[in-house]
Design a protein around this ligand. Structure first.
Ligand SMILES: NC(=O)c1ccc[n+]([C@@H]2O[C@H](COP(=O)([O-])OP(=O)(O)OC[C@H]3O[C@@H](n4cnc5c(N)ncnc54)[C@H](O)[C@@H]3O)[C@@H](O)[C@H]2O)c1
Length: 396
């Protein structure tokens, strides 16, 4: 099977590392020349399959033999491009594995869904929680709780991810990346609807704010760049500590030939977006948000979701109350206390720091290609995630 990959960033490179046997990258589309060249070399993409823009790639369908042999496409480009790119693929009859969020608005989502159904072309979504053993176990156990009544779910973004992605990074501004609840919590919303099979009933209430990562929150004396900040040694959000000392979140720093990673990081700290003080960035997405709604199965379920980017906590916590029991999951342990006195306690903490979301990334890629080979629908599709995305669109 020959595939095309659009966007050769962090996610795409993870997926390319776990393609099943017999799947080859025939085309790669990436505007950053260094990234295009290095990724093509690493994954053996032929020169006539490398494109610096989607327009050049789609135009070559008419003129070159390369595209005629594309059997499927992975889209891992920035969020706002997902629907326009996926529509062009679907129109050409190419099945798509599409990064989340599938769309930026409900109408765009519906237009892609309609095109996929009209053409009979599957669009699978990269919703790895559905493939993660810990979340799969929560789904199994949720089915033992009887009629569900209440769900309380919190996404603790974690200080490093919050600083890197949603304060300094590419998902820090609503105009570029949409609201944080959509970009971060579409996973969580999908998880909730996937485990319950519920419908959304009535309005969605949402309250968010940017409470911490703003100039007024800066400690006295904080500099605009961490490299020159007198407080850097004690600041939890120091970019020097994050990238240079701890070596975290550095996958996106491409190293040109003849340079070292350290040189690239030092240059970024001195003049790039990732060297900025978290209190002096141009971020405007919320750092805390509460969303409540009523879900419906055969009885109503009260849903409370919470995105928290200001605390030092990291990971997801979930509490589900059913008429037959209560499930509590803290990201490592899952505990169920049943009404009849039974208690179940399972530990999944060993999965926490395993690569590729504990193998879930690889599982979703394999599911996509297995589904294409077998002529079945992939496990996470546009249809099955519509209500979850809708909750996020309504939450704003
Ligand atoms: N499933 C997950 O857990 C998960 C995690 C992080 C990000 N994501 C999503 O994956 C997607 C990619 O995120 P990432 O972290 O890899 O970001 P990234 O910035 O590392 O990669 C995106 C790539 O797309 C390229 N690009 C920009 N404009 C393009 C265009 N017009 N055509 C083709 N490529 C273009 C960029 O140069 C970049 O290399 C985003 O939609 C993001 O929301 C998903």
């Amino acid at each position: 099977m020959n595939i095309a990959v659009i966007g050769a960033g962090n996610r795409a490179r993870k997926y390319l590392g776990c393609l099943p046997e017999g799947v080859h990258v025939r085309c790669l589309v990436e505007p950053d020349p260094l990234r295009l060249r290095q990724t093509a070399a690493r994954f053996g993409v032929p020169a006539d399959g490398c494109f610096s823009s989607p327009d050049a790639f789609f135009a070559s369908v008419i003129s070159s033999a390369a595209e005629r042999s594309v059997d499927a496409v992975i889209i891992a480009a920035p969020d706002r491009l997902h629907v326009p790119l996926a529509l062009q693929c679907v129109e050409r009859g190419w099945p798509v594995l599409l990064e989340k969020p599938a769309a930026s608005t409900e109408s765009a989502y519906r237009s892609l869904l309609a095109a996929s159904e009209r053409k009979g072309v599957p669009v699978a979504l990269c919703l790895e929680m559905r493939f993660h053993p810990y979340f799969q176990r929560i789904k199994e156990l949720t089915a033992t709780l009887g009629q569900l009544r209440e769900i309380d779910h919190t996404e603790h973004v974690g200080p490093d991810r919050m600083a890197h992605t949603f304060v300094r990074g590419l998902w820090s501004r609503r105009a570029d990346a949409g609201p944080i609840f959509l970009s971060k919590c579409c996973h969580d919303a999908d998880f909730i609807f996937w485990i319950t099979g519920a419908a959304l009933d009535g309005p969605v209430r949402s309250k968010g704010a940017r409470t911490k990562f703003r100039a007024s929150g800066a400690p006295e004396g904080a500099a605009y760049r961490c490299v020159s900040c007198p407080l850097a040694a004690t600041c939890r959000y120091s970019a020097v500590s994050l990238y240079l000392e701890r070596g975290e979140w550095i996958d996106g720093f491409d190293v040109p030939d003849g340079e070292s990673l350290e040189q690239v990081i030092r240059r970024e700290l001195a003049s790039g977006r990732y060297g900025r003080c978290v209190y002096h960035c141009d971020n405007n997405v919320y750092d805390t948000q509460e969303v409540t709604a009523t879900l419906m199965t055969s009885a109503p379920i009260a849903l409370r979701m919470h995105l928290e980017g200001t605390s030092l906590e990291e990971g997801r916590t979930t509490v589900i109350h059913g008429e037959a029991g209560t499930l509590t999951a803290d990201g490592g342990r899952i505990r169920v206390e049943y009404a009849d006195g039974r208690v179940l306690d399972e530990d999944y903490a060993h999965l926490r720091n395993l690569p590729l979301h504990a193998g879930a990334d690889e599982a979703l890629v394999r599911d996509f290609f297995a589904a294409l080979s077998a002529g079945r629908q992939p496990s996470a599709t546009l249809v099955s995630s519509f209500t979850a995305h809708r909750l996020c669109f309504l939450a704003g």
